[in-house]
Design a protein around this ligand. Structure first.
Ligand SMILES: [Zn+2]
Length: 298
């Protein structure tokens, strides 16, 4: 990594919020579902409509957020279509250390005071061929399953890259403000506001693929919707749940989460939860809004 300019450019893209700066999203034709076009020319409204119907009543035995063991009896049914509903401010939403299932969307954020207490350096566990030399931190519990998954991917002939992990509230704030000054009408397409990035949890990873330039034609673009076309993206979509990772922002959930499709962005939620989501065809947010207590908005 002795190319300062290139490194800086790539690092900037990482810090931004893991969305490409240019042509942030190109909707791929991978599902037949009637998803509206997500061409990012207009500024999307990311505030849930108060007029929308409230989510279904939560069962009295909803999964407590402090436990890591998924409870099969409270799993959401795929027929339900939860809708994000605005809730009052909550200034002191501090997550318990073991809360793997905290809700984060562009409506439900994290306190600026929250930072994981068990961050470790991933660079001590994965080589530069995976991290590309970027300093990356993750919560300790994520490291072993991630290293195992990377090892298995490499054994299958793939070349996965881990491009981003933990990002602090202040780091996200700096990046967001920079983009807001340059693209005031489109900043929420380019970057999550501080407090509204799952990367603040320390359990979320952005993956990369050396195949991406084959599809984008741009060797400097590390995040692009076409990641889903790469062999690494295909493998992750089919197998990441077996290691406890789930795709946070699938194509279908923009209306619910406020996040555009990010096929490279995976969050660790534990094998049981990830497998349940995979088998039921649910995103974590879809499950959370039905089964977890209503979140706060900081
Ligand atoms: Zn990301």
């Amino acid at each position: 990594m002795k190319q300062p300019y290139l490194f800086s450019l790539m690092l900037l893209l990482l810090v931004v919020g893991c969305q490409p700066a240019v042509t942030a999203v190109i909707p791929p034709p991978i599902t037949p579902s009637p998803v509206p076009s997500i061409t990012p020319s207009p500024v999307p409204s990311i505030t849930p409509s108060p007029a929308s119907s409230p989510p279904p009543p939560q069962p009295p035995t909803a999964v407590p957020t402090s436990t890591l063991t998924p409870t099969p009896t409270t799993t959401a049914t795929p027929a339900q279509t939860p809708t994000a509903t605005p809730v009052g401010p909550c200034a002191n939403r501090i997550l318990a250390d073991d809360d793997l299932w905290a809700i984060v969307t562009q409506s439900y954020g994290l306190s600026r005071d929250y930072a994981p207490t068990d961050l470790v350096s991933l660079n001590d566990h994965l080589g530069n061929e995976v991290t590309l030399g970027y300093p990356i931190e993750l919560r300790a519990m994520v490291v072993a399953p991630l290293v195992q998954m990377i090892t298995d991917m490499q054994a299958a002939g793939l070349k996965p890259q881990v491009l981003s992990g933990y990002r602090s509230w202040s780091a996200q704030s700096i990046a967001y403000n920079k983009w807001a000054s340059e693209f005031p009408g489109h900043v929420n397409i380019i970057s999550a506001p501080p407090g509204y990035s799952e990367h603040q949890l320390g359990t979320t990873i952005d993956f990369g693929s050396p195949e991406l330039p084959l599809y984008t034609g741009d060797p400097n673009l590390q995040f692009h919707t076409y990641f889903y076309k790469t062999n690494e993206g295909i493998w992750l979509l089919a197998n990441a749940h077996r290691y406890g990772f789930t795709l946070s922002w699938p194509l279908e959930t923009f209306e619910l989460t406020g996040f555009y499709y990010e096929p490279w962005h995976y969050r660790y939620v534990g094998v049981e939860m990830a497998t349940m989501l995979h088998e039921q065809g649910l995103s974590l947010t879809q499950f959370q809004l039905v089964n977890q207590p209503e979140p706060c908005v900081p």
